[in-house]
Design a protein around this ligand. Structure first.
Ligand code: EPZ
Length: 425
């Protein structure tokens, strides 16, 4: 059963008002669930976002034999024995399932998984994962379009691994594998995303020995299975959701207060928006936006953390369509993340694709409501913002793509005055 959103553009002059609470970070929660496989006892998480990607990963783990219950607060217990084969049909549809391979291989000495489906933002290779496992002593066999990986003697060994390109899930997966490897592992040119330091802090609180997470060099001393010792881990706030609401507020917010967020992890998007003339007031856990009448165009270039996040690139293109002047949007991380452009042009935006990584945006342009198909999670939210800024009504299909990463988004935005209806097709 598919659903679509029917969105009414905000009438001229009418803006959103009120508070938008930020949920737990999708890209932290998914890895916390993977890390739960490293425990010999029950582990509990709170502040989990109630979103499709988390539900799907929980469903996949349950199918493999893991005992998991709850949604906002999740309790997880891994059996001593379980299948080490990721169900191909589910794993192919959830790229993030690849992070399970590290803990499974490290704990049980084998893992079988399909090549995680590429998605609409790029090929999404896994060569860095495979090379890392090989460096840790594992043997890899290609089988039915997937991989069968085994560790001789059932155990990985510590290794020195240099990432030729920074990879968020590559860093997280090999860091988790190293927790149970025999000896010390050093990850160099590791990704710096805050979710990595958060994951390491959680694991260290439960008996792991990980140093340098959040810096380019992470050192892991392998040891035994972890124990939560009854502790409950709180999923940190979602910095991409925070940035999404910042951009929404800048364009449509008369007075929006974003709460339960961590502005210190959003410096790049805050710096770009302030450069464009967006008035922001930040405190330790909140950001207030009262939109201005005019904005300056600002070039953006996506970059690994702490640079401008690729996940906010499409949303920023919508913002720039309403700013005065011409701006270059340069997507450096993924080769397929400009697919949203045609639909925005259909609404009236002036976007010119220069090459698979660059577009020129000219603004300000009036947008008209249209019928839209969200290609991926973040483009879906970009369309929602564009629809609220546009004149007239828009329909956004495949709402599932938005539900993958944004919890009950229409309810939270209706609370601040947006007219969004979820319609079952
Ligand atoms: C994570 O994806 C996030 N997903 C993405 O968020 C995010 O866009 C991305 O990091 C970059 O910040 C999760 O954490 C679940 P990468 P990930 O490995 O880890 C290349 C969202 O919307 N690469 O850091 O898959 C890759 O092709 C999602 O929440 C290899 O070449 O991204 C890309 O060009 C979308 N070989 C670059 O590295 C590999 O083995 C960075 O990708 C792995 C990656």
């Amino acid at each position: 059963m598919s659903e679509h959103f029917v969105v009414q553009g905000l009438a001229a002059g009418r803006g959103l008002k009120g508070t938008i609470p930020v949920r737990g970070a999708k890209n932290a929660a998914l890895k916390e669930l993977a890390a739960g496989l490293l425990f010999r006892d029950e582990v509990r998480f709170t502040n989990m976002p109630v979103i499709e990607d988390v539900s799907r990963l929980i469903g996949l783990l349950r199918r493999m034999g893991v005992l998991i219950e709850g949604r906002r607060t999740v309790r997880m217990r891994t059996p001593r024995r379980m299948t080490t084969e990721l169900p191909p049909d589910e794993a192919e549809r959830l790229r993030a399932s690849v992070v399970l391979t590290g803990p499974i291989l490290a704990r049980w000495g084998s893992v079988t998984f399909p090549h995680p489906g590429g998605c609409l933002i790029g090929a999404r290779p896994v060569d860095l994962f495979l090379e890392g496992f090989q460096k840790m002593g594992a043997r890899i066999r290609e089988k039915n379009g997937g991989y069968e990986i085994t560790a001789p003697g059932g155990a990985l060994k510590g290794a020195n691994i240099f990432f030729r390109t920074q990879s968020v899930t590559g860093t997280e997966t090999l860091m988790m594998a190293a927790v149970l490897a025999r000896g010390t592992t050093v990850l160099e040119n590791a990704a710096l995303e805050p979710e990595i330091a958060s994951l390491a802090a959680f694991l260290n609180a439960c008996g792991a020995d990980i140093r340098g997470a959040g810096t380019p060099t992470v050192t892991v001393k392998g040891g035994r299975l972890l124990s939560a010792r009854g502790a409950v881990w709180r999923t940190p706030p979602d910095r991409i959701e925070t940035g999404s609401f910042l951009i929404l507020g800048a364009l449509a917010g008369d007075d929006i207060l974003i709460t339960r967020c961590n502005p210190a992890e959003c410096k790049a998007v805050i710096a770009v928006l302030e450069r464009a003339g967006v008035p922001l007031e930040t405190s330790r856990r909140t950001i207030r936006i009262r939109r201005a009448k005019r904005y300056r165009a600002v070039d953006i270039k996506t970059h690994e953390y702490p640079g401008f996040p690729t996940d906010l690139q499409a949303l920023m293109a919508v913002f720039l369509s309403q700013a005065e002047g011409e701006a270059l949007v340069f997507e450096t991380i993924f080769e397929g993340r400009l697919r949203y452009v045609d639909e925005l042009v259909k609404m009236g935006a002036s976007l010119n694709v220069c090459d698979p990584h660059r577009i020129i945006v000219r603004g300000p342009t009036r947008l008209a409501g249209a019928e839209l198909e969200s290609p991926d999670l973040r483009a879906g939210l970009a369309y929602l913002i564009a629809a609220l800024v546009a004149d007239g009504e828009s329909v956004i299909h495949t709402v599932y793509n938005i539900d993958r990463g944004y919890e009950r988004i229409e309810e939270r935005l209706r609370k601040v005055g947006a007219d969004i209806q979820r319609v079952k097709e």
